[in-house]
Design a protein around this ligand. Sequence first.
Ligand code: PGA
Length: 252
Amino acid sequence: MSRILAFNWKMNPTTRSQVKELTATLQEMTHDQLRSRVIVCPPSIYLSSLHDQQEKLPFHAEIGGQDIATEEQGAFTGQISAPMLQDMGIIYTLIGHSETRKYQHVSNQIVKEKTQQAFAVDLIPIICIGYTHEQDQDVDYDGLRTEIQAALDQDDLHNKPCIIAYEPIWAIGTGKTATPEMIDEVFAFIDQEVQALRGETVPLLYGGSVNHQNMNAFLTIERLDGFLVGGASLDPEEVKAMIKIMEEDAQK
Ligand code: PGA
């Protein structure tokens, strides 16, 4: 079964030489026979150089943005829009990552508007949800429902392709992970909610302290379509190991 391995570089790395090193790793590890779909989401300043390198090198990872504006264009200093990504040939963008919800005050209403922007130009949003509290590991199902409905209850564009990444806040960058049982249960809930809105399910990713050492345990979850990986995606050795594990799993 082919699964998705999405890398969220966040605000890293800080030098072009590190970007080069990571790109070289992608070139080494991703080829046209790769069964997994590798998606790299770099900071926007690196998007176009990565895209240019992809054409030249080539590597077989896809590229995604980390966020988009709620508007198409105009006086919105510091932001990039869905049409800009689409025009560059990029087909994915993260939306509603918990760090944007926390530090840029991205509300569910804003997630809805960003998702609309993505759908309007056929960008595939990777919508991040994970409404649990930073300390409390109990799943807040009402909160999750609100996040799902906000993003996907769209009037006219609701059946455009999208991906949902479930990332419990307490597991992001902490070294703590949800258990496969917990993820299974939450995925069943997400499926039920998404099905009610769209009449179909969408690919589901897990994110939160994923690395090559804990991946195998999650790959036993049948419903899992892949991972959204932060910290470990910045380490070339981790990247190699994770892609290897995904490939081994895809061949089973
Ligand atoms: P992490 O981040 O893998 O460093 O926990 C995941 C994410 O925030 O997407």
